[in-house]
Design a protein around this ligand. Structure first.
Ligand SMILES: Nc1ncnc2c1ncn2[C@@H]1O[C@H](COP(=O)(O)OP(=O)(O)O)[C@@H](O)[C@H]1O
Ligand SMILES: [Mg+2]
Length: 228
Protein backbone atom coordinates (compact mmCIF):
# COMPACT_ATOMS: atom_id res chain seq x y z
CA UNK A 1 0.00 0.00 0.00
CA UNK A 2 0.99 3.59 -0.52
CA UNK A 3 1.46 5.88 2.51
CA UNK A 4 -1.95 7.50 1.84
CA UNK A 5 -3.72 4.11 2.00
CA UNK A 6 -4.20 3.85 -1.75
CA UNK A 7 -2.84 0.92 -3.72
CA UNK A 8 -2.17 2.82 -6.94
CA UNK A 9 -1.90 6.55 -7.34
CA UNK A 10 -0.78 9.03 -9.94
CA UNK A 11 0.14 12.66 -9.58
CA UNK A 12 0.19 15.34 -12.22
CA UNK A 13 0.65 13.08 -15.25
CA UNK A 14 1.48 14.70 -18.55
CA UNK A 15 1.72 12.87 -21.84
CA UNK A 16 1.74 14.26 -25.38
CA UNK A 17 1.67 12.52 -28.73
CA UNK A 18 3.59 14.94 -30.92
CA UNK A 19 1.85 18.24 -30.34
CA UNK A 20 -1.37 16.58 -29.07
CA UNK A 21 -1.58 16.67 -25.27
CA UNK A 22 -3.35 13.46 -24.15
CA UNK A 23 -2.80 14.02 -20.42
CA UNK A 24 -2.34 17.48 -19.01
CA UNK A 25 -1.80 17.18 -15.28
CA UNK A 26 -4.00 14.19 -14.39
CA UNK A 27 -4.07 12.80 -10.86
CA UNK A 28 -5.76 9.61 -9.73
CA UNK A 29 -5.86 7.06 -6.94
CA UNK A 30 -7.58 3.77 -6.16
CA UNK A 31 -7.77 1.78 -2.92
CA UNK A 32 -7.79 -2.01 -2.53
CA UNK A 33 -11.30 -3.36 -3.12
CA UNK A 34 -12.46 -0.11 -4.68
CA UNK A 35 -14.05 0.16 -8.13
CA UNK A 36 -13.32 3.54 -9.72
CA UNK A 37 -14.99 4.54 -12.98
CA UNK A 38 -12.97 6.80 -15.24
CA UNK A 39 -15.51 8.71 -17.31
CA UNK A 40 -15.24 11.38 -19.96
CA UNK A 41 -15.84 12.04 -23.65
CA UNK A 42 -14.00 10.23 -26.42
CA UNK A 43 -10.47 11.57 -26.88
CA UNK A 44 -10.28 13.07 -23.38
CA UNK A 45 -7.34 10.89 -22.31
CA UNK A 46 -9.02 7.97 -20.47
CA UNK A 47 -7.13 5.19 -22.23
CA UNK A 48 -3.86 7.09 -21.99
CA UNK A 49 -4.39 7.45 -18.24
CA UNK A 50 -5.15 3.73 -17.90
CA UNK A 51 -2.08 2.74 -19.95
CA UNK A 52 0.15 4.99 -17.83
CA UNK A 53 -1.28 3.62 -14.58
CA UNK A 54 -0.68 0.07 -15.81
CA UNK A 55 2.93 0.82 -16.78
CA UNK A 56 2.21 0.10 -20.46
CA UNK A 57 3.27 3.58 -21.54
CA UNK A 58 5.54 6.02 -19.74
CA UNK A 59 4.22 9.54 -19.06
CA UNK A 60 6.38 12.53 -20.04
CA UNK A 61 6.21 13.74 -16.45
CA UNK A 62 4.44 13.05 -13.17
CA UNK A 63 4.67 10.12 -10.78
CA UNK A 64 2.84 6.82 -10.47
CA UNK A 65 3.13 4.90 -7.23
CA UNK A 66 2.04 1.29 -6.81
CA UNK A 67 2.23 -0.38 -3.38
CA UNK A 68 4.76 2.19 -2.20
CA UNK A 69 7.00 1.94 -5.26
CA UNK A 70 7.38 4.42 -8.07
CA UNK A 71 6.86 2.83 -11.48
CA UNK A 72 9.46 5.08 -13.09
CA UNK A 73 12.09 3.79 -10.67
CA UNK A 74 11.54 0.20 -11.84
CA UNK A 75 13.37 -1.48 -14.69
CA UNK A 76 11.42 -2.62 -17.76
CA UNK A 77 11.74 -6.19 -16.50
CA UNK A 78 10.33 -5.23 -13.10
CA UNK A 79 7.43 -3.40 -14.73
CA UNK A 80 6.56 -6.36 -16.93
CA UNK A 81 6.77 -8.69 -13.94
CA UNK A 82 4.33 -6.37 -12.18
CA UNK A 83 1.94 -6.43 -15.15
CA UNK A 84 2.12 -10.22 -15.26
CA UNK A 85 1.87 -10.82 -11.53
CA UNK A 86 -0.21 -8.03 -10.00
CA UNK A 87 -2.30 -6.60 -12.82
CA UNK A 88 -5.17 -8.03 -14.86
CA UNK A 89 -6.59 -6.53 -18.06
CA UNK A 90 -9.95 -6.52 -19.81
CA UNK A 91 -10.27 -4.60 -23.07
CA UNK A 92 -13.23 -3.69 -25.25
CA UNK A 93 -13.07 -6.71 -27.52
CA UNK A 94 -11.61 -9.08 -24.95
CA UNK A 95 -8.48 -9.62 -27.00
CA UNK A 96 -8.29 -13.34 -26.45
CA UNK A 97 -5.67 -15.37 -28.29
CA UNK A 98 -7.60 -16.82 -31.26
CA UNK A 99 -5.49 -19.98 -31.58
CA UNK A 100 -6.08 -21.03 -27.96
CA UNK A 101 -9.24 -22.53 -26.48
CA UNK A 102 -11.14 -20.51 -23.88
CA UNK A 103 -9.68 -22.64 -21.06
CA UNK A 104 -6.16 -22.11 -22.44
CA UNK A 105 -6.77 -18.37 -22.72
CA UNK A 106 -7.80 -18.12 -19.06
CA UNK A 107 -4.88 -20.34 -18.04
CA UNK A 108 -2.38 -18.21 -19.97
CA UNK A 109 -1.51 -15.64 -17.26
CA UNK A 110 -0.99 -18.48 -14.80
CA UNK A 111 1.22 -20.35 -17.27
CA UNK A 112 3.27 -17.14 -17.77
CA UNK A 113 3.70 -17.03 -14.00
CA UNK A 114 5.13 -20.55 -14.05
CA UNK A 115 2.06 -22.55 -12.98
CA UNK A 116 1.97 -26.11 -14.41
CA UNK A 117 -0.47 -26.67 -17.26
CA UNK A 118 -2.72 -29.08 -15.36
CA UNK A 119 -3.05 -26.79 -12.34
CA UNK A 120 -3.45 -23.68 -14.48
CA UNK A 121 -6.24 -25.29 -16.50
CA UNK A 122 -8.02 -26.54 -13.39
CA UNK A 123 -8.01 -22.99 -11.98
CA UNK A 124 -9.12 -21.65 -15.37
CA UNK A 125 -12.08 -24.04 -15.46
CA UNK A 126 -13.11 -22.87 -11.99
CA UNK A 127 -13.14 -19.25 -13.18
CA UNK A 128 -15.11 -20.09 -16.31
CA UNK A 129 -17.66 -21.74 -14.03
CA UNK A 130 -17.86 -18.64 -11.82
CA UNK A 131 -18.34 -16.49 -14.89
CA UNK A 132 -21.05 -18.89 -16.10
CA UNK A 133 -19.29 -19.93 -19.33
CA UNK A 134 -17.90 -23.33 -18.34
CA UNK A 135 -19.73 -24.92 -21.29
CA UNK A 136 -17.47 -23.27 -23.87
CA UNK A 137 -14.07 -24.04 -22.33
CA UNK A 138 -12.96 -26.23 -25.23
CA UNK A 139 -13.98 -23.77 -27.95
CA UNK A 140 -11.84 -21.09 -29.56
CA UNK A 141 -12.76 -17.38 -29.20
CA UNK A 142 -13.95 -17.22 -32.82
CA UNK A 143 -16.58 -19.86 -32.05
CA UNK A 144 -18.28 -18.09 -29.11
CA UNK A 145 -20.55 -15.04 -28.85
CA UNK A 146 -19.30 -11.56 -27.94
CA UNK A 147 -20.84 -11.78 -24.47
CA UNK A 148 -19.31 -15.20 -23.83
CA UNK A 149 -15.92 -14.02 -25.10
CA UNK A 150 -16.00 -11.03 -22.77
CA UNK A 151 -16.80 -13.28 -19.79
CA UNK A 152 -13.80 -15.39 -20.76
CA UNK A 153 -11.72 -12.18 -20.83
CA UNK A 154 -12.95 -11.29 -17.32
CA UNK A 155 -12.12 -14.83 -16.15
CA UNK A 156 -8.63 -14.45 -17.61
CA UNK A 157 -8.14 -11.09 -15.87
CA UNK A 158 -9.13 -12.61 -12.53
CA UNK A 159 -7.43 -16.01 -12.85
CA UNK A 160 -3.94 -15.00 -11.76
CA UNK A 161 -5.33 -13.31 -8.59
CA UNK A 162 -4.35 -9.75 -9.56
CA UNK A 163 -4.34 -6.86 -7.11
CA UNK A 164 -5.54 -4.38 -9.74
CA UNK A 165 -7.78 -4.91 -12.76
CA UNK A 166 -7.67 -2.41 -15.60
CA UNK A 167 -10.78 -2.51 -17.76
CA UNK A 168 -10.99 -0.23 -20.82
CA UNK A 169 -14.57 -0.01 -22.12
CA UNK A 170 -15.10 -3.68 -21.17
CA UNK A 171 -18.76 -3.61 -22.17
CA UNK A 172 -18.39 -1.35 -25.22
CA UNK A 173 -18.94 -4.13 -27.73
CA UNK A 174 -21.81 -5.81 -25.87
CA UNK A 175 -25.57 -5.32 -25.78
CA UNK A 176 -26.85 -3.82 -22.53
CA UNK A 177 -27.97 -7.11 -20.95
CA UNK A 178 -24.60 -8.79 -21.55
CA UNK A 179 -22.80 -5.58 -20.56
CA UNK A 180 -24.57 -5.43 -17.22
CA UNK A 181 -23.98 -9.09 -16.50
CA UNK A 182 -20.26 -8.69 -17.27
CA UNK A 183 -20.10 -5.70 -14.92
CA UNK A 184 -21.92 -7.60 -12.16
CA UNK A 185 -19.55 -10.52 -12.46
CA UNK A 186 -16.47 -8.29 -12.63
CA UNK A 187 -17.37 -6.15 -9.63
CA UNK A 188 -18.58 -9.14 -7.60
CA UNK A 189 -15.37 -11.05 -8.25
CA UNK A 190 -13.30 -7.95 -7.52
CA UNK A 191 -15.10 -7.26 -4.23
CA UNK A 192 -14.82 -10.81 -3.01
CA UNK A 193 -11.04 -10.75 -3.65
CA UNK A 194 -10.41 -7.13 -2.53
CA UNK A 195 -9.11 -6.23 -5.99
CA UNK A 196 -8.88 -2.58 -7.05
CA UNK A 197 -10.68 -1.97 -10.35
CA UNK A 198 -9.91 0.90 -12.71
CA UNK A 199 -12.84 0.96 -15.11
CA UNK A 200 -12.79 3.20 -18.16
CA UNK A 201 -16.23 3.79 -19.62
CA UNK A 202 -18.31 6.50 -21.20
CA UNK A 203 -21.57 4.76 -20.30
CA UNK A 204 -23.37 5.98 -17.17
CA UNK A 205 -25.07 2.61 -16.67
CA UNK A 206 -21.66 0.93 -16.49
CA UNK A 207 -20.28 3.59 -14.15
CA UNK A 208 -23.23 2.83 -11.86
CA UNK A 209 -21.29 -0.26 -10.70
CA UNK A 210 -18.43 1.85 -9.36
CA UNK A 211 -17.82 3.15 -5.84
CA UNK A 212 -16.47 6.43 -7.15
CA UNK A 213 -16.34 8.29 -10.46
CA UNK A 214 -13.46 10.29 -11.83
CA UNK A 215 -14.07 12.44 -14.88
CA UNK A 216 -11.35 13.13 -17.42
CA UNK A 217 -11.69 16.26 -19.52
CA UNK A 218 -8.98 17.55 -21.82
CA UNK A 219 -6.42 15.29 -20.17
CA UNK A 220 -7.20 16.30 -16.61
CA UNK A 221 -8.82 13.91 -14.13
CA UNK A 222 -11.09 15.09 -11.35
CA UNK A 223 -13.16 13.33 -8.75
CA UNK A 224 -16.77 13.83 -9.77
CA UNK A 225 -17.61 15.40 -6.41
CA UNK A 226 -15.20 18.28 -7.14
CA UNK A 227 -16.86 19.20 -10.40
CA UNK A 228 -19.03 22.28 -10.18
N1 LIG B 1 -0.85 6.35 -29.93
C1 LIG B 1 -1.31 7.59 -30.14
N2 LIG B 1 -0.74 8.38 -31.08
C2 LIG B 1 -1.17 9.65 -31.30
N3 LIG B 1 -2.18 10.22 -30.60
C3 LIG B 1 -2.78 9.48 -29.67
C4 LIG B 1 -2.39 8.13 -29.38
N4 LIG B 1 -3.19 7.65 -28.38
C5 LIG B 1 -4.03 8.65 -28.07
N5 LIG B 1 -3.80 9.74 -28.82
C6 LIG B 1 -4.53 11.04 -28.74
O1 LIG B 1 -4.53 11.44 -27.37
C7 LIG B 1 -5.82 11.94 -26.99
C8 LIG B 1 -6.39 11.08 -25.86
O2 LIG B 1 -6.68 9.78 -26.36
P1 LIG B 1 -7.23 8.58 -25.48
O3 LIG B 1 -6.43 8.49 -24.23
O4 LIG B 1 -7.28 7.38 -26.35
O5 LIG B 1 -8.70 9.10 -25.12
P2 LIG B 1 -10.01 8.29 -24.70
O6 LIG B 1 -9.62 6.93 -24.26
O7 LIG B 1 -10.63 9.13 -23.62
O8 LIG B 1 -10.89 8.25 -25.91
C9 LIG B 1 -6.65 11.96 -28.27
O9 LIG B 1 -6.51 13.24 -28.84
C10 LIG B 1 -5.98 10.92 -29.12
O10 LIG B 1 -6.19 11.17 -30.49
MG1 LIG C 1 -10.16 5.02 -24.95
Amino acid sequence: MNPDGSLLSARDLRKSYGSTPALDGASFSVHPGEVVAVMGPSGSGKSTLLHCLAGIITPDSGTITYAGRELSAMSDAERSALRRGDFGFVFQFGQLVPELTCVENVALPLRLNGVRRKDAERTARGWLERLEVDGIGGQRPGEVSGGQGQRVAVARALAASPKVIFADEPTGALDSLNGERVMELLTEAARSSNVAVVLVTHEARVAAYSDRDVTVRDGRARDAEYIA
